[in-house]
Ligand binder design. Structure first.
Ligand SMILES: C[S@@+](CC[C@H](N)C(=O)[O-])C[C@H]1O[C@@H](n2cnc3c(N)ncnc32)[C@H](O)[C@@H]1O
Length: 252
């Protein structure tokens, strides 16, 4: 991108500018994530760059995804929300488990990632990909289960959480998995984690206990597994009836 073009948005970490600017561009990416909350525009810019190579670059989280799907304990006919579904890697497995009577809804704001998710779920009639920010999601029906996998930005966003839990049935199963920081003794490892994650989320805020805000809806949420030397957690819980916004009517 040359100066003077109409595209004035700064890129996340991989600018079209070359040379020194490109090599030093990690600085803004790491420092910008000191912001107190997620930044939608920054995230969209990052995933425009990351989408093409996303599945290959994130191969080490495949095991976490499969464990998350197992822990959801999906049944035939269930409706499940895959919150921030990314490139849709979990959609086909969940579609198989809920069957044609069920519904899998992927919610993804990046048009590049949503396009990949649609591709990944092509031919699966029970899958819908909603290309919108989670905070603007309007569910066609209530959820029996919700999954958040490496959805840190969403988990730090109150209005996004309100939007999805507004359509969660009482007792809906919730699985959350993603990065978390180790205590003080893990500082060098934490630095490594922050470096690796710098382009995949837009705020470091909340990384010590990323599940914290989910406790409002799922007070029984518990960490049941750890991966990657403790830097990835997997938590399971259910939506407290008093907090649930969804109804029992199911699809329609
Ligand atoms: C690290 S990726 C994880 C994707 C997927 N869950 C996986 O397992 O690979 C985070 C995703 O969250 C999406 N995202 C971030 N904030 C969002 C929001 N407010 N609404 C919808 N999607 C969001 C990003 O576009 C990105 O695709």
């Amino acid at each position: 991108m040359s100066a003077g073009t109409s595209d004035r948005q700064p890129r996340c970490t991989a600018p079209r500018a070359g040379g020194v600017a490109k090599r030093l561009n990690w600085r803004p990416a790491v420092l910008a994530n000191l912001r107190r909350g997620p930044d939608r525009d920054a995230s969209l810019r990052c995933y425009a760059d990351l989408a093409q190579d996303y599945e290959r670059a994130t191969s080490r989280i495949r095991e976490v995804r499969s464990r998350a799907v197992e822990r959801l304990a999906l049944r035939v006919g269930d409706t499940v929300f895959d919150v921030a579904c990314g490139a849709g890697a979990m959609l086909p497995d969940m579609a198989r488990l809920v069957g044609l009577q069920g519904l899998v809804i992927g919610i993804e704001q990046s048009p590049h990632m949503a396009a990949l998710a649609r591709e990944a779920s092509q031919g699966l009639a029970q899958v819908e990909v909603h290309g919108c920010p989670v905070e603007e999601f309007v569910a066609p029906c209530a959820a029996d289960a919700l999954v958040f996998v490496y959805a840190h930005d969403v988990q730090q966003n109150q209005s996004a959480l309100q939007a999805v839990f507004a359509r969660a049935k009482p007792g809906a199963r919730v699985v959350a998995a993603g990065l978390c920081l180790l205590p003080w003794w893990g500082m060098p490892i934490n630095a490594w984690v922050l470096w690796g994650a710098r382009r995949y989320l837009t705020t470091w805020h909340g990384l010590r206990s990323p599940w914290q805000q989910l406790l409002h809806w799922c007070p029984n949420l518990q960490i049941v597994e750890r991966f990657h030397g403790g830097t990835t957690y997997l938590a399971v819980g259910t939506v407290a009836p008093a907090r649930a916004g969804g109804d029992e009517r199911g699809r329609g």
